[in-house]
Design a protein around this ligand. Sequence first.
Ligand code: VGL
Ligand code: ZN
Length: 223
Amino acid sequence: MVCPPAPLDRRWGKTYHHFFNPNWTENGRSNPVRIRSRDGLIVVDIQKDFCPGGSLSVDRGDRVVPVINRLIPKFSHVFLSRDWHPPNHCSFSHSPKFVDKSWPVHCVAGSPGAEFHPLLSIPELAIVIDKGVDPNREAYSAFEETNLAKFLRDRGIDRIFVAGLATDYCVKSTVLDALNQGFETFLVQDACRGVDNPPGSVDKAIEEMKESGASPVRSEVFE
Ligand code: VGL
Ligand code: ZN
């Protein structure tokens, strides 16, 4: 197959050279996004259990770590969610089927698998949000049963950028909740990876987020 030439974008006085990427969405913004002080970055579940070698590993999940490390210094408000389950969490199964949202034991609070990926550069002022702490309830979103929405509002934060793992579960739920809570919400697509079981669920999740009003962006558009 002959690749089409990469498009040049000169609209903003700079030359952007895009490589054709099958993950590039039609309305993925290529114009620069200027990060302001009222913007917040939510980094979802960059934990060892979701990375290669972990109990619920996302294929090449660790590849997003350097991308997120480049994003973090651009933001004055950084939030890190972590799956922080009790050992008897209701989603755990010894014969997990994934598609029915039963999972292998993962991210048990305080266990090595629940630790953030060791190469994630966590800023000193980052705020950590524990979720899924109730044994009887699943909680994929960083907003679920946390005071995150109020916390953001109290600080005047009105735009949210979401990155992390997994696109089709915790990232998606976090994005949809952020939209429902009235925040302008961006999905940093190349800073996310998904479980994709059943196959196609990552693409489906991205469509759902877009239809709900999220704007997909790529990390290189940030100024
Ligand atoms: C997640 C499945 C189970 C996630 C958490 O972080 O996306 N997925 N628990
Ligand atoms: Zn979980």
